[in-house]
Design a protein around this ligand. Structure first.
Ligand code: ATP
Length: 372
């Protein structure tokens, strides 16, 4: 059982009805959220949605206008930052440029008046942890971006916080290094058994590293779940569109009961049938089938049964990406729908190409019916 599926699990971090106002402006709006011990948790959302403000309230750099913050059962709302077992790592690294790597890592420990011998041991331990033993005496400007990022990580872990907060930690790294560092972060988090909370606006990064993701918009949570649930069954078009690529087919609700959702439109001869969706959907209302491009089958041959989940069109554009190809298909009804296919099929079939007449079809459990 994952802790978030266990009704008896105790929250490690709890935001309890948190509101944060800056003057007239509400940056975080009556938000409640539980994060569990040893979780790798991501706050994801567009610029200005309040992610950093939420993180800063956990670190103690901001005070909520209303509500309380709890850590391990204790109310820490009024505890100053340096007294919280929480540390924050920033995108800008904020390393001291004139200090060596080891001095940078030792800095916070010295401030806490840790005995010299212990500091040396801790610094050695941290250097080993981030695999920078050979770089102890270098200055930050003598390191690569990835190495600097690891020094910053070592420094923020040196005091052995219970919670590490990461604010866009990999923003300055190039794509390849970013990918590698994401896996290093996950390994480190497992190894140390710490709780990590990361702020990012990169959905791929959030999906890669985290156990759960909170998608935010305008100071509120819109969906909190595992990457797979958010990707497969987004609760709204906002969430579906924020995570990954998606198609929306607009139609009218006929049925929205239990596990049978049916939509029709006079644009198509086919009916749209799905097994998942929003049960608030009312017959007659407009709704959207939300379906990922990789779930849209594309074929040159007309399927046997075209009466359900099957629409004809013409290939408008093809992007060959090596592992997959993405087809933009212009339906006869005018919409552009994306279908992505693995290029494995190119070995056995004639690849579909520009201007081909094609059929798009999809299984009933491939999409979700959304009403907002
Ligand atoms: P980004 O990804 O751009 O960092 P974010 O989701 O982290 O965005 P926040 O930094 O939390 O967003 O800011 C949320 C909103 O609160 C923004 O509109 C921002 O301008 C505002 N805000 C943040 N800090 C302050 C402050 N000290 N005074 C006034 N407004 C602030």
């Amino acid at each position: 059982f994952a802790p978030w599926e266990d009704p008896d699990a105790k929250a490690f971090i709890r935001f309890d009805n948190i509101t944060k106002r800056f003057g007239e402006f509400t940056a975080v709006d009556d938000l409640s959220l539980d994060i569990y011990e040893r979780e790798f948790f991501a706050l994801l959302g567009p610029s200005g949605c309040g992610k950093t403000t939420l993180l800063r309230m956990l670190a103690g750099f901001e005070k909520p206008s209303e509500g309380r913050v709890f850590l391990d059962g204790h109310d820490i709302t009024d505890v100053p930052p340096h007294r919280r077992p929480v540390n924050m790592m920033f995108q800008s690294y904020a390393l001291f440029p004139h200090m060596s790597v080891e001095k940078n890592i030792a800095f916070g420990l010295k401030q806490d008046r840790m005995p010299k011998g212990e500091i040396a041991d801790r610094v050695a331990e941290m250097l080993k942890l981030v695999k920078l033993e050979a770089f102890a005496r270098r200055r930050p400007d003598q390191l690569s971006g990835g190495q600097r990022q690891r020094v910053a990580l070592a420094r923020s872990l040196a005091k052995r916080p219970k919670v590490l907060l990461l604010d866009e930690p990999l923003g300055a790294l190039d794509k390849k290094l970013r990918g590698e560092t994401q896996f290093e972060l996950m390994d480190l988090q497992m190894e140390l058994g710490l709780t990590f909370v990361i702020v990012t606006h990169d959905q791929e990064e959030a999906m890669t590293v985290s156990d759960r993701i909170a998608v935010m918009n305008e100071g509120r949570l819109v969906q909190v779940s595992t990457p797979a649930v958010i990707y497969e069954t987004p609760g709204s078009r906002y969430v579906a569109g924020f995570i990954g690529d998606v198609n929306f087919l607009e139609a009218t609700v006929v049925t929205a009961e239990d596990d049978r959702f049916e939509l029709t439109s006079d644009k198509w001869a086919t009916r749209i049938v799905a097994t998942a969706g929003d049960h608030r959907a009312e017959p007659g209302e407009t709704a959207w089938l939300s379906i990922r491009p990789e779930k849209m089958r594309i074929s040159l041959d007309q399927p046997e049964d075209t009466s359900v989940n099957c629409v004809p069109g013409e290939v408008w554009d093809v992007a060959y990406l090596g592992d997959i190809s993405i087809y933009h298909v212009k339906l006869d009804s005018g919409e552009i729908v994306k279908s992505s296919v693995t290029n494995l099929t190119r070995l056995v079939e004639r690849p579909i190409t520009w201007d081909d007449r094609v059929w798009l079809s999809w299984p009933r459990d491939a999409g979700v019916v959304l009403t907002r």
